[in-house]
Design a protein around this ligand. Structure first.
Ligand code: 13P
Length: 255
């Protein structure tokens, strides 16, 4: 068992009603309370943060957001700032999710700006990295993942780096039912950790690297058993409380 406390985050994406978010958050709060050996968090739609905050009560459940503005408060119509997220008790925020990179214009420089805004506000950025199927098949996985990592983290100091969580999410495994094999996930996680170790070996041994992409109750244990997999970023299965609970149970087992 390594020193890193496992972390399981549910990214609800653009799903559910306000009532669903209340119900899912209540269930997740109970799951977090039942699994004190790990950290558990949820990332509802921004407009459902208030429901989730109320339903979470004073349980240890982390509240997270799926996105933030790359700017401080000001004339940015339609955006939501880090400061606004903090008022809902938000603790962590996704930066660079592949859906935002691919569909919503978050290129490397936007991802970096968002990550820096999150850090400046005291939020935990969850930096998402991952290659497409085409990139994997052409042998570009390493260069894509390390390029995204380097672009986002290059100018950060160690004291900032230590507040970051990384999520490896191969694009071809997101919402497809195709999961990276435990060996495929481990290989990329080890690559990410060794790239960070080149800058700071102690930090690399402490930073949490989550796997995301079709994680379910039935495949979670074998993924979390890998030496460099420190938990999961869960999409579809986080919308089903019994599945999310099974994943958190798997993460609570000794690795
Ligand atoms: P799925 O678990 O639905 O594949 O989604 C993964 C993901 O994108 C989490 O951020």
């Amino acid at each position: 068992m390594n020193m890193r406390k496992r972390l399981v985050l549910g990214n609800w994406k653009m799903n559910g009603s306000r009532q669903d978010s209340r119900d899912w958050a209540g269930a997740a709060a109970r799951i977090a309370t039942d699994h004190p050996l790990i950290d558990v968090g949820i990332m509802p739609a921004t407009v459902h943060l208030q429901e989730a905050q109320q339903a979470k009560g004073n349980s240890p459940l982390w509240l997270g957001a799926q996105n933030l503005a790359a700017y401080d408060n000001g004339a940015y119509t339609g955006e939501v700032s880090a400061q606004m997220l903090l008022e809902f008790g938000v603790r962590a925020v996704l930066c660079g999710h592949s859906e935002r990179r691919q569909l919503l214009g978050d290129n490397d420089s936007v991802v970096k700006a968002k990550l820096q805004r999150a850090l400046a506000a005291g939020l935990i950025p969850v930096l998402c990295l991952g290659e497409t199927l085409e990139q994997r098949e052409s042998g570009a996985t390493e260069s894509v993942v390390l390029g995204q990592l380097d672009s986002a983290l290059s100018q950060l100091q160690s004291k900032e780096l230590e507040r970051i969580v990384i999520a490896y999410e191969p694009v071809w495994a997101i919402g497809t039912g195709l999961t990276a094999s435990p060996a495929q996930a481990q290989a990329v996680h080890a690559l990410i950790r060794s790239a960070i170790a080149q800058r700071d070996a102690i930090l690399a041994s402490l930073i949490r690297i989550l796997y995301g992409g079709s994680v379910k109750g039935s495949n979670a244990a074998e993924l979390f058993a890998q030496a460099d997999v420190d938990g999961g970023l869960i999409g579809g299965a986080s919308l089903v409380p019994s599945e999310f609970a099974a994943i958190c149970r798997a993460a609570s087992q000794d690795g």
